[in-house]
Design a protein around this ligand. Structure first.
Ligand code: GLN
Length: 314
């Protein structure tokens, strides 16, 4: 269809100023497509406009700012509608684009790893605060997934070496890819290991200055878990028994033996799990501090073994 064909319907064409410009695919501008896309994504997304912009950037093979600054009057590519269809069906943006930004790092992601969440950045910020005067030499990530936590930590401390374990080979491959892309592979070791199995620790060096973990912590039947998370993200990274605490019961008692004297662990917790997890930690002889996410929820639990002579003693 040419522009003349439907010129009677609305003002059309590249020079039209009206917001109503371009109702048909053939002539729709990117500005118009973004409005339509945002409207279609409103039921599934907290940020429908932003999602539409990211999908447009993906469809155009460029970045979001180029779309916004240079491309708004261009004709929208049809591929955009396919991407909007996928997002409208609930598929996460990170799966459509194949990547997710975390702590300023661009990470490749897939269905085999938990999509890195902005809330998890609290673990890195808190670790950097706590360890500001004593940079960790050795870092362990228990359940490395995409590599988000470990790679953010390694990019925070230039001298540190990191070990990431995971029970998923597909996750380890993704973490390895990300370590290489970020030029961190030389300081990263990835091992297939499952910390719920007896003897797993024989596969890693003992004693780390920083132990990171974002274990599964969702209750199996949690009615509050977003449907798209349940449908698209790996259940092994999400679910931890009836009350969501099973992973902590296994993981936390192992921490004292994995930490150097003066070492710390940063463990992610669900927004309402602080009391229960602190209780598990106390029974393992660990001291704790809580760090909050951007919504004000306790999100990172800092754990350490009290050293003889600690000033906090008494
Ligand atoms: N934060 C994730 C969610 O609730 C859960 C992550 C996890 O279990 N480690 O969507």
């Amino acid at each position: 269809m040419t522009m003349e064909d439907n010129a009677h319907e609305t003002r059309t064409g590249p020079n039209a100023e009206s917001a109503a410009t371009g109702r048909t695919v053939a002539e729709r501008t990117i500005a118009g497509a973004l409005r339509d896309g945002a409207a279609r994504l409103a039921p599934v997304s907290d940020n429908p406009r932003l999602d539409a912009e990211w999908l447009m950037a993906e469809a155009m093979g460029t970045d979001r700012s180029t779309v916004l600054l240079q491309y708004m009057d261009r004709v929208a590519p049809e591929r955009f509608d396919d991407l909007v269809d996928r997002r409208a069906s609930g598929e996460p943006l990170a799966h459509i684009t194949g990547r997710q930004e975390f702590y300023g790092l661009e990470l490749a992601v897939s269905r085999h790893v938990l999509i890195p969440r902005a809330d998890s950045e609290v673990l890195i910020n808190a670790a950097r605060d706590v360890l500001a005067d004593r940079p960790p030499a050795r870092i362990l990530d228990m359940g490395v997934g995409s590599g988000a936590l470990l790679l953010a930590a390694l990019s925070s401390w230039d001298e540190a070496r990191g070990v990431g374990i995971d029970r998923s080979g597909a996750a380890l491959a993704m973490a390895q890819h990300n370590a290489e892309q970020l030029d961190l592979a030389a300081r990263t070791e990835l091992r297939l290991a499952d910390w719920t199995e007896i003897g797993w620790e024989s596969r890693v060096m003992p004693a780390y200055d920083l132990v990171l973990a974002n274990p599964p912590y969702v209750a199996t039947r949690d009615p509050a878990l977003a449907d798209d998370v349940r449908r698209f993200e790996p259940e092994g990274a999400l679910f931890a028994g009836e009350d969501g605490l099973d992973a902590y019961r296994t993981l936390i008692p192992q921490l004292p033996d994995l930490m150097t004297p003066g070492g710390v662990a940063m463990v992610e917790i669900g927004f309402n799990q602080a009391d229960a997890v602190i209780d598990i930690a106390a029974r393992s002889g660990l001291r704790h501090a809580l760090h909050h996410d951007l919504s004000g929820h306790p999100r990172a639990l800092e754990l350490w073994v009290e050293q003889f002579g600690d000033e906090e003693l008494g």
